[in-house]
Design a protein around this ligand. Structure first.
Ligand SMILES: *Cc1c(COP(=O)(O)O)cnc(C)c1O
Length: 463
């Protein structure tokens, strides 16, 4: 299995190289040359598997044996999910008329752990095998940074620098990052906003001498390894229904509702469908930052303003993984993708030609407002006693009129306690991993929101 770029400028490379490359060198995103398909017999066998062996089977389809031997891959997968607090890793629970696929049992209680626990192990393995070092740099508004830190902590060959806006992330989020005391973890709190942090990161990545000299890399959601890890739970959830409620009825299809921001999670669902998972249309749920909803309604992809919401991890205008889907929608035409992405840069948007619009039927997109999000948390709690986090609530709200759907639960409600409290009048119960979090020792460097002090700090740490 080899990987190519959506923009056509990368000669086919193996999985391991795609993982280390992250963003394709031509500015595009990496994709497998072809998406593997699975037979009915294989699917039925997969329905019996526990999460970890299933993950091994699925991920192995995307990795050539001569690139990473299967026994090594199996070990990486096993170790990645050992940090999860639930024996099923991603259990499916029945809540009212829906199923909730709980993706938040990893160390930071958000679904990003599923991919980043795997990616951290994979980086360490590849660095040890091929030599070299990797210094990860990123800015976070809360969630991604903590999941990345927990994916990389204590791993050989890697340092991680995560910038967050001082005093502007929730206490829980701050503690999840700054209480990680491993020597390779460096938290930087800048005296500015999240946008300032992103601007600093961008400037450091654009300084190619600096980037190369210090082997800087990113862990944002464009890494293919993250997508492939997320494909697994779509198959796993289907297996639970097929074996359970459906009594092995092969004629039924599963439907997913996916709270969406950067299009990574829902794109993994799309890959699962292309692999042959019996799945209906994917329901793509956004908050009021609705560029994707507008796109699926009109075929016009146009950047708007970003509004802060109760579901901050979905407060996104440009979805970084969307280009992967665009590539398939435009029938794998790299020239057309390049042209559209250039228009996004220069004109703030583009239109997909009418003849391609039928292809978008695979998705149904719904935008959910703030009041509706809180009302959904309230209603579900009243009717079933189950507490949704606000991101999950967006997906559940979008699925309200379609019983039987599997709604992806992307964060534990305790992570977004303030919104939950507004909805139901009290905070959700804290899970064990949060006990005493605020009392633990922390380490964090506070710096002015300028590129120079951040650069100096990194240089000093890397020697
Ligand atoms: C990142 C995130 C999302 C959005 O996922 P994408 O892959 O970016 O679409 C949804 N919910 C939570 C809690 C997240 O952290």
């Amino acid at each position: 299995m080899r990987y190519i770029s959506t923009r056509g400028g990368v000669a086919p490379i193996p999985f391991s190289q795609a993982v280390m490359m992250g963003l394709a060198t031509d500015g595009g995103l990496l994709l497998p040359e072809r998406i593997p398909t699975v037979s009915t017999a294989t699917l039925k066998r997969w329905a019996d598997l526990a999460f970890v062996p299933l993950a091994s089977e699925i991920i192995a389809l995307f990795v050539a044996e001569e690139d990473i031997p299967r026994k090594d891959l199996d070990r990486l997968v096993r170790e990645a999910f050992r940090t999860f607090a639930h024996p099923e890793i991603t259990p499916v629970v029945k809540v009212g008329r829906h199923h909730i696929l709980e993706l938040f049992h990893g160390p930071t209680l958000a679904f990003k752990d599923v991919a980043l626990q795997f990616l951290g192990n994979l980086f360490e393995y590849l660095l040890q095998r091929d030599g070299g070092r990797l210094n990860i740099l990123g800015a976070t508004s809360g969630d991604t940074g903590s999941a990345a830190i927990h994916g990389v902590r204590g791993k050989a060959g890697m340092e991680i620098f995560i910038i967050h806006p001082h005093g502007r992330v929730s206490t829980i989020q701050e503690c999840q990052m700054t209480t990680v005391l491993d020597a390779n973890v460096h938290n930087i709190a800048i005296q500015g906003t999240f946008d300032d942090g992103q601007a600093i990161v961008k400037r450091l990545f654009n300084d190619l001498d600096f980037k190369n000299k210090y082997s800087l890399g990113a862990v944002n959601s464009i890494n293919w390894a993250r997508i492939v890890a997320q494909v697994v739970y779509y198959f796993y959830a289907w297996g639970r229904l097929f074996q359970g409620e459906w009594g092995g009825d092969w004629g039924r299809t599963v439907e997913f509702s996916v709270p969406t921001g950067n299009f990574g999670d829902v794109f993994a669902g799309y890959v699962a469908k292309r692999m042959g998972l019996p799945m209906g249309r994917l329901l793509l749920a956004t908050n009021r930052n609705d560029i994707l909803t507008r796109f699926f309604a009109t075929g016009s992809y146009r950047i708007g303003e970003v509004f802060p919401t109760f579901s901050p991890s979905m407060d996104i205008q440009v979805s970084s993984n969307f280009e992967r889907y665009l590539y398939y929608l435009l029938q794998e035409n790299s020239d057309a993708v390049r042209e559209k992405m250039a228009a996004l840069d220069t004109e703030g948007g583009f239109e997909v030609p009418g003849r391609f619009l039928d292809g978008m039927d695979e998705f149904r997109a719904v935008a959910v407002g703030e009041e509706e999000t809180l009302a959904t948390i309230r209603t579900v709690y009243r009717d079933s006693g189950y507490i949704l986090d606000p991101h999950t609530a967006v997906g559940v709200a979008a699925a309200m009129t379609t019983p039987g759907m599997v709604c992806l639960a992307t964060a534990h409600p305790a992570k977004f306690g303030d919104a939950v409290k507004q909805a139901i009048g009290h905070l959700p119960q804290r899970p064990a991993v949060f006990e005493g979090l605020e009392q633990r020792p922390r380490r964090c460097q506070i710096l002015p929101a300028n590129v120079d002090p951040v650069r100096d700090f990194i240089v000093r740490k890397l020697g």
